[in-house]
Design a protein around this ligand. Structure first.
Ligand SMILES: Nc1ncnc2c1ncn2[C@@H]1O[C@H](COP(=O)(O)OP(=O)(O)O)[C@@H](O)[C@H]1O
Ligand SMILES: [Mg+2]
Length: 278
């Protein structure tokens, strides 16, 4: 719905390989004609000989809400680092849709192509209002436009209003962001990501430190985002994962140990041994 036309296909028809194409992507958008938004094949990452990712294989469908669980050190954050271009894999393939080779794109190119990432600690502008935070997070062209003329076009204001409702902060629009609760700050940061219209959202332990009520509301928010967006959520909170209801992937020692419904992976003896049984 929010995918904008992109010149990739036209350029591909010109006989250029995707490696040349990726540097020229100027608008967000991704070819999901095969229903896959993210494709990782045989990804390995070593740190001083230690394999943080070890032939990792994973496919995320467009619109999917996927949970990633696994013990500390399993490689969950490193996987997100590879997807966002922060870490280059030693080997393997990592594609965003059919055409965008993430291993050949820079971090800003990947963000611009439509992958948004939320880190554990919120990175909001504490001294600005909630509204201003969303305004600042809007796409560069709009931000430049807004700051040049000191007003927001109607489309921009509507978008901020919609996002405020979605993240349940419409009553707090004029409040200083630093005064929000921990959970509200997390929602604001998710709202800031959404202002960028990402196709794929990566969320690393989004409900850590939230109250039960905030956790439940976050599950509702993520479920409402799925379909329009694809979400990959790393979490330890089993009640939250159950509420999300999506497919679960268990990582262990840098590769996939099990995958399927929460009930299925919870019943898997190997998963119980390395993770759940602790
Ligand atoms: N930049 C780095 N340098 C060295 N080792 C790292 C680095 N990043 C991660 N590691 C190691 O890689 C392994 C996987 O880490 P990480 O991806 O953070 O796991 P998780 O997020 O599942 O807890 C850990 O053993 C960690 O110590
Ligand atoms: Mg981690």
């Amino acid at each position: 719905m929010n995918s904008k036309p992109v010149s990739v296909e036209a350029e591909n028809q010109g006989g250029e390989g995707s490696a040349q194409v990726v540097g020229h992507v100027l608008q967000p958008g991704v070819d999901i004609s095969h229903k896959v938004i993210l494709y990782l094949e045989d990804i390995s990452v070593s740190f001083d000989g230690f394999k943080a990712l070890n032939n990792l294989n994973m496919t995320i469908d467009a619109g999917e809400l996927r949970c990633i669980i696994g013990p500390n050190g399993a490689g969950k954050t490193t996987m997100m680092d590879v997807i966002t271009g922060k870490t280059r894999p030693d080997s393997g393939t990592c594609f965003f849709g059919q055409t965008l080779d993430l291993t050949r794109m820079t971090e800003p190119e990947i963000a611009h192509a439509g992958i948004g990432r939320k880190f554990q600690k919120p990175t909001i502008f504490e001294n600005h209002t909630v509204f201003e935070n969303l305004e600042l997070a809007m796409k560069t062209d709009k931000r430049v436009w807004a700051s040049l003329f000191a007003w927001l076009d109607r489309e921009g204001r509507d978008k901020i209003a919609d996002t405020l409702k979605l993240i349940r902060l419409d009553q707090e629009a004029d409040r200083q962001a630093g005064l929000l609760s921990h959970g509200q700050k997390q929602w604001l940061e998710i709202g800031m990501l959404l202002m960028q219209e990402p196709q794929l959202l990566l969320l690393d332990e989004p409900v850590a430190g939230m109250t039960d009520d905030e956790t439940e509301r976050t599950a509702e928010l993520f479920k409402s985002l799925a379909g329009k967006h694809s979400l990959v959520v790393v979490e330890h909170d089993m009640a939250f994962i159950e509420q999300l209801g999506g497919k679960v992937t268990v990582l262990h020692e840098g590769s996939v140990l099990a995958e399927g419904s929460l009930a299925k992976v919870q019943a898997d003896q190997r998963v119980i041994e390395v993770y759940l049984g602790r």
